[in-house]
Ligand binder design. Structure first.
Ligand SMILES: [Zn+2]
Length: 166
């Protein structure tokens, strides 16, 4: 699977390939909570906060923010470094996923020197977010039966106050 696509370009450059492979869109990947990935590129988030890093991978099991659902949390690491990931964003044009995290062990050089890493999803957060998302669609389906004239326009599946607009 990893060899049948062009790898993403470093951040800020347009991708000529298909971007990051999102495992949850693959037939067996929907409930995959860990994977092995190749580091494409990485950089510091800012000069003031050198522990903050951004990482591009060829493949990820971390769900980016989108579809009205917040992103997964999780970790990226290996024997040299360990990063806690708190934001995952998908560029809709390049289809490249950027993982934003904080170095808990190692340095940026350790990330850049790494060929492969382990990606792990926070299973508790994933579970509650998918339940909340599914609940939104269940309510939407029920309203569609009871009030067919109301057309769904927006779903918000964040835990701070999820809703469906019809
Ligand atoms: Zn949805």
């Amino acid at each position: 699977m990893e060899n049948d696509q062009e790898v993403p370009q470093p951040q800020g450059q347009p991708s000529k390939g298909k971007g990051t492979t999102l495992l949850h869109y693959t037939p067996d990947g929907n409930f995959q909570l860990h994977c092995t990935a190749k580091v494409i590129s990485s950089c510091h988030g800012s000069i003031e906060e050198p522990q903050h890093v951004q990482i591009l991978l060829d493949v990820t099991c971390l769900h980016p923010q989108g579809g009205g659902q917040p992103c997964d949390y999780g970790t990226i690491g290996n024997e040299k470094f360990h990063v806690s990931v708190h934001k995952v964003l998908l560029d809709p044009e390049t289809r490249i996923v950027t993982h934003y995290g904080i170095l808990q062990k190692g340095t940026l050089v350790d990330i850049m020197d790494s060929s492969t890493v382990q990606v792990v999803v926070d299973p508790v957060r994933r579970s509650i977010l998918s339940q909340c998302h599914s609940a939104g669609h269940a309510i939407d389906a029920a309203i569609a039966i009871c009030y067919p004239s109301l057309v769904a326009t927006k779903g918000y599946h964040y835990l701070d106050g999820p809703y469906v607009v019809r």
